[in-house]
Design a protein around this ligand. Sequence first.
Ligand SMILES: CC(C)(COP(=O)(O)OP(=O)(O)OC[C@H]1O[C@@H](n2cnc3c(N)ncnc32)[C@H](O)[C@@H]1O)[C@@H](O)C(=O)NCCC(=O)NCCS
Ligand SMILES: Nc1ncnc2c1ncn2[C@@H]1O[C@H](COP(=O)(O)OP(=O)(O)OP(=O)(O)O)[C@@H](O)[C@H]1O
Length: 198
Amino acid sequence: MTKIIGLTGGIGSGKTTIANYFESFGIPVYIADDEARKIMQSSEIIVAIKNVFGDAVFENELLNREKLAKIVFNDPEKLEKLNKIVHPAVKKHFDQWLIQHKKVSYIIYEAAILFESGGYKNCDLIITVTAPVESRIQRVVERDKTTRELVLKRINAQWTDEQRISKSDFIIENTAIETAKLQVVKILKILKIKQKVL
Ligand SMILES: CC(C)(COP(=O)(O)OP(=O)(O)OC[C@H]1O[C@@H](n2cnc3c(N)ncnc32)[C@H](O)[C@@H]1O)[C@@H](O)C(=O)NCCC(=O)NCCS
Ligand SMILES: Nc1ncnc2c1ncn2[C@@H]1O[C@H](COP(=O)(O)OP(=O)(O)OP(=O)(O)O)[C@@H](O)[C@H]1O
């Protein structure tokens, strides 16, 4: 059976960067944020979002993610409602994706809110990526051209590093990327994952 490695960490910790590094060793990676974004373009999800949030979060029939983010990251109940629309659809899509990868020993499921969403229950082991909160804020402000305040709202909607660490099998501290990459190699060795020759 394919083993599922959950890869999590707060916003801006560097999960996707680390996931991409795992992928370079031949491990298939499912990036939940990216897949959710695609799934949210389906008519079924659009109708469900319209029913809850109204036309105000759409522009020319296209979802305005910035507007929706402003609403849900200021209101935990509304975020919960959005999660209830999106998460089951992502789970369904991931289950299909997993069937297509049933011949490999390990896959990586990368998600910021792995614990909060309950997704961790499907994982065989969990890796948490950490970085100091200030670095995370700086990284996201730069990457998304956003503000410190908006990043903090998302941080406040997520578990803390302490909570994630307490439920994880491995921790990757991503302060300097080269050191973080060494930790990936170490985990691959411990799990006896055959590395693809690069
Ligand atoms: C509110 C939305 C439209 C904002 O879109 P936007 O393009 O700005 O952000 P994106 O989806 O790329 O997420 C960026 C980061 O925000 C944080 N974040 C996203 N969703 C959530 C959430 N439900 N709870 C806490 N943090 C979240 C994560 O750190 C994530 O990596 C979007 O995040 C969303 O629909 N979220 C709810 C569904 C969800 O949980 N998706 C993520 C994986 S399943
Ligand atoms: N060790 C590092 N030092 C400096 N910058 C980094 C480091 N690791 C990642 N970054 C950069 O920080 C930003 C955030 O990284 P990444 O997108 O991998 O984080 P993430 O945890 O997946 O974020 P999100 O939760 O928003 O999806 C990116 O621009 C990335 O290039």
